[in-house]
Design a protein around this ligand. Structure first.
Ligand SMILES: [Zn+2]
Length: 342
């Protein structure tokens, strides 16, 4: 009986393979094309027994990472100021802080409102001070569970978070227990309310989901709300006097050189998207698609623009930044669309 079951399973698996192969569907995982990342996209080893790495950058300022998400905390003479709470690190945030200090968490800063960076904040003490930009507070109030079908954090972990009780519009200076952080709003970029957190004593800047040290941005310009604000953020960040950048992702810390490099990559994309918009001929595409199905016409035309922009860009960038072959076409699409309509 057991042998018959095994035989049936083999027939199903092998039969399925030949069925899919004959229909042109290659279902083996090796068929996914994955580009090789450069050495500069690699970060420090994450201790596998712990699942996180915590390191002092200097003068009581620590970064904490699981190899994909990053956050920071600052030890003061009587407390701890934390920035963000990625649910992928989750309970390990408290374990990592306890590794370096017994001081209680007194202040929590939200970099922006996205659940993948803050939805574990319900781990923090309810009586801490919660700081955020006004727009972040508005978004958090809007996203907390009011009977929605998929509550805040459902797809990334965590859940509802304590609401900000100190908010600001342009600048805020937090001084506590001998430490200082300046919070600055640069305007909408990746999201409304996304702030730059700057520790002048340590020369550390943190801004999340804008710069990706060693990598191209996440797809679609890091799913930014405002393309022009996102591009302008590069010079705004460079105006701060910092040695170390905590970017929220991905593998390692950054420097000003990483900001410069990403700025150059995106300015190449802007130039190449402009060229593609000038060269790809809408009427030539229409000869292939006709005019009746207008979405087919525009879909084909824009895909040709984005593909030409990506081809022009990857000659220089395919091996210089991690993930360039995977996400460059999507960056081209966002920038070309912004050039067309903004
Ligand atoms: Zn985000």
């Amino acid at each position: 009986m057991k042998n018959i079951v095994i035989l049936v399973l083999i027939v199903l698996v092998v039969g399925g393979y030949f069925y899919n192969r004959d229909n042109g569907l290659d279902v083996t995982p090796e068929s996914v094309e994955i580009s090789t990342i450069p050495e500069t996209a690699k970060g420090p080893e994450i201790p596998q027994d712990k699942g996180y790495l915590v390191e002092e950058i200097n003068d009581g300022l620590y970064w904490l990472t699981d190899g994909t998400y990053q956050m920071m905390f600052l030890v003061t003479s009587f407390g701890v100021i934390v920035v963000d709470a990625p649910p992928s690190i989750g309970e390990n945030i408290l374990v990592a802080i306890a590794e370096v200090t017994d001081n209680p968490i007194t202040h929590v800063i939200y970099s922006h409102h996205h659940a993948d960076h803050i939805a574990a904040a319900n781990l923090y003490p309810a009586n801490a001070v919660y700081l955020a930009h006004n727009d972040t507070a508005t978004m958090i109030n809007r996203s907390q569970n009011d009977g929605r079908e998929f509550p805040f954090g459902t797809f990334v972990g965590g859940g509802d978070v304590p609401k900000p009780n100190v908010t600001f519009n342009t600048n805020y200076v937090l001084i506590s227990g001998g430490q200082r952080v300046n919070l600055t709003y640069l305007g909408t970029n990746h999201s409304p309310g996304n702030i730059l957190i700057y520790a002048p004593q340590q020369k550390v800047a943190m801004i999340v989901d804008v710069i990706f040290p060693g990598w191209v941005p996440f797809m679609d310009l890091a799913v930014s709300d405002d393309v022009n604000g996102y591009l302008a953020a590069h010079d705004q960040i460079l105006a701060f006097d910092f040695d170390t950048l905590i970017a929220g992702h991905l593998t390692r810390l950054g420097t000003k050189e990483d900001v410069e490099l990403q700025k150059e990559y995106l300015s190449d994309i802007k130039a190449n998207a402009t060229t593609a918009l000038q060269e790809v001929d809408l009427m030539a595409v229409a000869e292939e698609t006709g005019f009746e199905n207008q979405w087919a016409l525009f879909g084909t035309y824009l895909d040709e623009v984005n593909q030409q922009c990506a081809d022009l860009t990857l000659g220089k960038w395919a091996t210089r930044l991690g993930g360039a072959p995977e996400f460059t076409k999507s960056q081209c699409a966002r920038i070309a669309e912004s050039l067309r309509i903004n």
